[in-house]
Design a protein around this ligand. Structure first.
Ligand code: NAP
Length: 326
C-alpha cells in the first residue's frame, strides 16, 4: 500500500506490505488470486494529492492498477472458479472484488500477461495514438521517444506496418540495438550518450519528422520539435521525464515553432477511446497472430518486487512492458 506520498522520485519507504486477510465473498463478488500485476508510469501521478483525470491514491490504502488474476471462489454467476480475469485491481496477493470490476480474458488467444501489455492499456495507447492522431503516411518519418518501453515499441511497429520510416529514442545502446534488430526500427538514438540530441535527430531523420510520438517530454521533446516538418503531428502520449519534478522546468517557448510549421499537437488519454477498444484489440491480436508485431516484456518475480518494478520505470530498467509475476 501507499505508506507516504513521494516527494520527487519515489523511494521504497513510500510503499508498505501488510498482511490483511480478505473478507468473506458476498453476493456478486469473487475472491481473486493475483497472477500478474502491471506497473505503469501514470501511477506516479496518482500518488500526488492533486485533482486529475483519475483520483489520487489514499495513504494507508492499497495502490491499484492493471492486473491479471485467477478466480478462486465466486458468488457471481458470471464467473467460475478457475476463470482468468483482468481489471483495475488492488496490489494484493488475494482480494475480494465486485464482479463489475473485472472481465474474463481468453487465454487461448494469448498468454494471460499479454493483456497487461500488447493486448492491454499500453497496446491500445500505441494503436490509437498512431492510427487516430499520428496517421503516418507511407514514406513519412515517425520519431518516438521512450521507444523501448511498453507503448513505444508497439507504436513503432504499427508505424512500420503503415509504411513509415521509424526512428526511436531510448536510454541505452542495448535498447537501441534491440529496437533495430528485433523490432525493425530504421534508426535508434541513445539520448544518454548523444552530445546534442537535436543534431542526432537531424542525422537520423534527414527529411525531418512528420509524426512525433511523445512518451517522455522535457529536453528530448524540445529537440524533437526543432526537427518537425510542415503539417507534422505530435502525438502527446506521456511526459515521464517530468513526473517526478516538484517544480515544472521552463523549456524553450515552442508555440511559435508549432505555429510556423502548421503542427497539430494532440494530447490524449487512452480511455477516450474506450468505445473502440474492441476494434483496437481485434487488430492487435490479428497482427500478433500473423507475427507482424513482436512483443517483449520485463518480468520481475515475487509480489514484494512491485515497488522495485515501479521505480525501475524511472531509470529505464525495463525493455518493453514491465510487470510483476505475483
Ligand atoms: P515504459 O516506456 O514502458 O517505461 C518507462 C520508460 O521511460 C523507461 O523504461 C525509460 O526508458 C523511459 N524514461 C524514464 N525516465 C525518463 C527520462 N527522464 N527521460 C527519458 N526517458 C525516460 O512506459 P509506458 O507504459 O510505455 O509509458 C510510456 C509513456 O506513455 C509514459 O509517459 C506514460 O505515462 C504514457 N502513457 C500514456 C497513456 C495515455 O493514455 N496517454 C497510456 C499509457 C502510457 P529509457 O531507458 O529509454 O530511459
Amino acid at each position: 500500500m501507499l505508506a507516504s506520498r513521494p516527494k520527487g522520485l519515489p523511494v521504497s519507504e513510500n510503499f508498505r506490505i501488510e498482511d490483511i486477510r480478505p473478507g468473506p465473498v458476498k453476493k456478486g463478488e469473487v475472491l481473486l488470486k493475483s497472477l500478474f500485476i502491471s506497473v505503469d508510469p501514470y501511477l506516479r501521478g496518482r500518488m500526488n494529492d492533486v485533482k486529475s483525470y483519475i483520483p489520487p491514491f489514499q495513504i494507508d490504502m492499497p495502490i491499484e492498477g492493471g492486473a491479471v488474476s485467477e478466480v478462486i471462489e465466486s458468488s457471481n454467476e458470471l464467473f467460475s472458479k478457475g476463470d482468468i480475469v483482468t481489471g483495475n485491481l488492488p496490489w494484493a496477493t488475494y482480494s475480494v472484488i465486485a464482479g463489475e470490476k473485472i472481465r474474463k480474458i481468453d487465454t487461448k488467444l494469448a498468454p494471460p500477461h499479454y493483456y497487461l501489455g500488447i493486448l492491454g492499456m499500453p497496446g491500445l495507447t500505441a494503436y490509437f495514438g498512431i492510427m487516430d492522431i499520428g496517421k503516418p503516411r507511407p514514406g513519412e518519418t515517425v520519431l518516438i521517444s521512450g521507444a523501448a518501453g511498453a507503448v513505444g515499441v508497439v507504436a513503432g511497429q504499427i508505424a512500420k506496418l503503415l509504411g513509415a520510416k521509424v526512428v526511436g529514442i531510448a536510454g541505452s545502446d542495448e535498447k537501441c540495438r534491440i529496437l533495430k534488430e528485433k523490432f525493425g526500427f530504421d534508426e535508434a538514438i541513445n539520448y544518454k550518450t548523444a552530445k546534442i540530441i537535436k543534431k542526432s535527430i537531424m542525422a537520423a531523420c534527414p527529411h525531418g519528422v512528420d509524426v512525433y510520438f511523445d512518451n517522455v517530454g522535457g529536453k528530448i521533446t524540445d529537440a524533437a520539435i526543432l526537427n518537425l516538418n510542415f503539417h507534422s503531428r505530435i502525438v502527446l502520449c506521456g511526459q515521464i521525464s517530468l513526473y517526478n519534478e516538484t517544480e515544472m522546468p521552463v523549456g524553450p517557448v515552442i508555440l511559435p515553432r508549432l505555429l510556423t510549421r502548421s503542427v497539430l499537437l494532440q494530447g490524449f488519454i487512452v480511455s477516450n477511446y474506450s468505445a473502440r477498444f474492441g476494434e483496437g484489440l481485434a487488430q492487435l491480436t490479428k497482427w500478433l497472430k500473423e507475427d507482424k508485431i513482436k512483443y517483449t516484456e520485463t518480468v520481475l518475480k515475487g509480489f514484494e518486487k512491485l515497488p522495485e518494478a515501479f521505480l525501475g520505470l524511472f531509470s529505464g530498467k525495463n525493455m518493453g512492458k514491465m510487470i510483476v509475476e505475483a
